[in-house]
Design a protein around this ligand. Structure first.
Ligand SMILES: [Zn+2]
Length: 326
């Protein structure tokens, strides 16, 4: 079967090229310093920078209204998700969601779970099957409606800080691949602290900024044109936390880190249009075997890095279990 590796039908508003006037300059999200050095440039003019004061990598200049990327057209999103909604195709992140829920079960067996930035609710769809009382928060109206209508979920269409949950009422809050999208992560953490029960857990999974640096080095080694490569997801990721900079960030908050995991990598499917498969559907690993093998190998090294408490450069994502400081 012919594979067409080209753009896919998508609901979001991300672009592949950003002019300078699409962008805005930003100070460090952690320490507000404006002193930074450029690490990389992608999607035209978006910058990846490193703060000279606290070492956090973040995106600057970044797209204006960067958090509105997911406020796309509902019908286009439906086209993207329809086979997943009707149960005929899996989501390419299903394995990841199930692993994350199995990790959560080790800490809390039942109770109320709030998934922040729940997209169309696929993770919560599984959380219900795992026996949790599932609630979602999703700022994109299109995605919140699709999750409510198709997965029969309760999803509030807002940011967590504007949600209606009572104080000390939630057992588990999850931010799966969401924290790196937040332009004001402290507001998210403060609200999480308020609504979590005393023994509740906050689960944050982030892409590892240092892994992006490894990908960048490898691409340069092979003389790839990195300007056209999607290495940092910088049209939507506002910060690129490493293990070190994330932990530094959390240490200044009312949360403490209870446990760290090196979860299995996400395998995005090959983009195809020939068989009516879009981005969110899985594709056979044989179509993308080089990347699949590479990710598995890096993940293996990543688990060793975590075990030996080394700085992590090979693990794609890091999952944290946080608890309230007492
Ligand atoms: Zn800083």
């Amino acid at each position: 079967m012919k594979i067409i590796n080209q753009d896919y039908k998508k609901g979001g508003t991300q672009k592949t090229f950003y002019e300078l006037n699409d962008l805005q300059d930003i100070n460090c999200l952690n320490c507000n310093s404006d002193k930074k050095s450029r690490v990389h440039t992608e999607f035209g003019n978006i910058g990846i920078v490193k703060c000279k004061n606290c070492s956090l990598m973040y995106t600057s200049p970044r797209p204006k209204n960067v958090e509105l990327n997911y406020h796309g057209d509902k019908n286009k999103y439906y086209e993207e998700y329809k086979y997943i909604f009707n149960g005929t195709k899996p989501h390419h992140r299903d394995k990841n969601y199930i692993q994350e829920l199995n990790i959560i079960k080790k800490f809390i067996k039942k109770g109320k779970i709030v998934d922040v930035g729940c997209n169309a609710g696929r993770f919560l769809h599984f959380a219900k099957k795992f026996g949790f009382d599932a609630f979602g928060v999703e700022p994109s109206k299109s995605l919140a409606e699709l999750g409510t209508e198709n997965f029969d979920l309760i999803i509030e269409n807002c940011k967590l800080e504007n949600s209606s949950f009572s104080k000390n009422s939630i057992d588990i809050i999850t931010a799966i691949d969401v924290f790196e999208h937040l332009t004001n992560p402290l507001m998210f953490l403060n609200k999480s602290y308020e609504i979590l029960k005393k023994d509740g857990i906050l689960v944050i999974k982030i892409p590892n900024g240092n892994y992006c640096l490894t990908k960048l080095k490898i691409a340069k080694l092979f003389n790839k044109n990195t300007l056209n490569m999607d290495i940092f997801d910088s049209y939507e990721h506002v910060a690129h936390y490493s293990k070190k900079t994330f932990e530094k960030f959390i240490n200044n908050t009312k949360f403490k880190i209870k446990k760290i995991y090196a979860p299995i990598p996400i395998h995005p499917p090959v983009w195809t249009i020939t068989n009516d498969q879009y981005y969110l559907h899985t594709s056979p690993w044989t179509w993308d075997w080089k990347k699949v093998i590479m990710r598995k190998m890096f993940h293996f090294i990543g688990k060793i890095e975590l075990l030996l408490r080394l700085p992590m450069y090979f693990q794609a994502d890091i999952l944290y279990i946080l608890k309230k400081r007492s």
